[in-house]
Design a protein around this ligand. Structure first.
Ligand code: UGA
Length: 429
């Protein structure tokens, strides 16, 4: 098959490279000429494990081509995937301007019976808008379907190759057969539903996971007051098959480019169709104020950050990515600076953007250089190298009062205290 994927953001590049690896001819299309030129040289504009290798293989095979030209890509394509961004509009709903612009631009080049697959996260009703934009420009027959994406940053390639499920939102049998064929090499269960159900499944999955994190963070707050250990509570509840033990890690709240936006969008969508948005708004509100609440508590616990040297470890929103969208560091570092702390920072992958976000701060080349002489160490992200620290060395090179704030509960509180650290975790006494 020949496939065009419009949008060379995170989802677009991964999707293009994976489909090319299945033996399809793929055009990755974007209006950003600079980005396309770099991609054609094999330069992926963000860090994602294994993606550069997959892109290089695709380019080398000749099956993967990045282009800015709709006229080159779309006329040959059996399937055109829309994977452009959907930033939130001012009223909180998904702004569809890029989705509809892509629809309009492809329409002049569409061949009869092309499948237009919307992969961007959009609310029910969007496919009709896409259809209407295309119908205004052309008389050829085409189908509009939904193909929501469930990959996670940091494990995007393996998630796409081995997804838990592939959700195909389509109604016509012939179209469903083609899409099943396209996804055949993926191991996950194939679930065929209507486009509306596929779109709701995407928002529901993200909103549910976001509320799960918010919920466990609330329980962690209680544990901090009553002597219970959140990790023990998680172990105990996780044994119940109805609840399960995955995706229960407490911390400073959820971040990234998806959960914060999607929870807000689902709430706005509920409002727009006259439904209550109560729970969704509450999840968003609780998550939004969580970091500042925890920072206030940490400030008290350390006896004030003012004039203390604080080493912040992990600047991305989670491990194995250099994506900083809604990363905890974006709130933590400005707060520490405001309090008058001397901030040092380290991240295995985030470097160029540091000054732009935080102004002039010390950015260490390695973790031990960063923690040298720090009185407080704050672990924000569980990068592998940050959760395997040589604790003896850490104790020797940090300064009294040797406070370790572990926002991801990666270290054993008893062991840390035994080594002489003043240890602060999440949901522990
Ligand atoms: C999320 C979903 O997990 C994907 O299924 C979805 O496809 C994607 O959004 C999307 O809509 O594009 P992602 O944002 O890459 O993926 O990252 P997650 O690993 O889900 O983490 C999201 C946030 O929740 C991070 O800030 C993470 O630190 C936090 N988190 C996650 C917790 O605080 N506790 C947990 O137990 C898990």
């Amino acid at each position: 098959m020949t496939i065009t994927v419009i949008g060379t953001g995170f989802v677009g590049v991964v999707t293009s490279a994976v489909f090319a690896s299945f033996g399809h001819r793929v055009f990755g299309l974007d209006i950003d000429e600079g980005k396309i030129a770099k991609l054609n040289k094999g330069k992926v504009p963000f860090f994602e494990p294994d993606l550069d290798t997959l892109v290089a293989q695709g380019l080398q095979s000749g099956r993967l081509v990045f282009t800015t030209e709709y006229e080159l890509a779309v006329p040959d394509s059996d399937i055109v995937v829309i994977a452009v961004g959907t930033p939130s509009a001012t009223d909180g709903t998904a702004d569809l301007k890029f989705v509809l612009a892509a629809a309009k631009q492809m329409s002049a080049c569409l061949q009869p019976d092309t499948i237009v697959a919307v992969k961007s996260t959009v609310p029910p009703g969007t496919n009709e808008k896409v259809r209407s934009v295309i119908e205004d420009e052309t008389d050829v027959s085409f189908s509009v379907v939904s193909l929501p994406e469930f990959l996670k940053e940091g494990s995007a390639v393996s998630d796409t190759l081995n997804p838990d499920r592939v959700v195909i939102g389509a109604n016509e049998e012939k179209v469903i057969d083609t899409l099943l064929k396209l996804h055949e090499p993926m191991r996950g269960k194939k679930i065929i539903v209507s486009p509306e159900s596929a779109q709701m499944a995407k928002y529901t999955a993200n909103a549910y996971l976001a509320q799960r994190i918010t919920f466990i963070n609330q329980i962690a707050n209680l544990c901090e007051k009553n002597g219970a250990h959140i990790e023990d509570v998680i172990q105990a509840i996780g044994a119940d098959a109805r609840i399960g033990s995955h995706y229960w890690y407490p911390g400073l709240g959820y971040g990234g480019s998806c959960f914060p936006k999607d929870v807000k969008e689902l709430a706005a969508y509920a409002r727009s169709i006259g439904e209550g948005e109560g729970l969704l708004v509450k999840i968003d509100e609780l998550n939004d104020k969580r970091i500042s609440q925890k920072l206030g508590e940490f400030d008290k616990a350390v006896g004030g950050f003012k004039d203390k040297t604080v080493a912040v470890l992990g600047l991305s929103f989670k491990k194995n990515t250099n994506d900083m969208r809604e990363a905890p560091s974006l709130k933590v570092i400005p707060y520490l600076k405001e309090q008058g702390a001397i901030v040092k920072a380290f991240d295995p992958k985030v470097r160029e953007e540091v000054e732009q976000h935080f102004g002039k701060i010390f950015l260490g080349e390695d973790v031990y250089e960063t923690v040298q002489d720090a009185q407080v160490v704050i672990l924000l992200v569980e990068w592998d190298e940050l959760v395997q620290l040589d604790l003896q060395k850490l104790k020797e090179i940090t300064k009294s009062p040797h406070i370790f704030i572990d926002t991801r509960n990666q270290y054993d509180p008893a062991k840390m205290r035994h080594l002489g650290f003043s240890y602060i975790g999440i949901g522990n006494p």
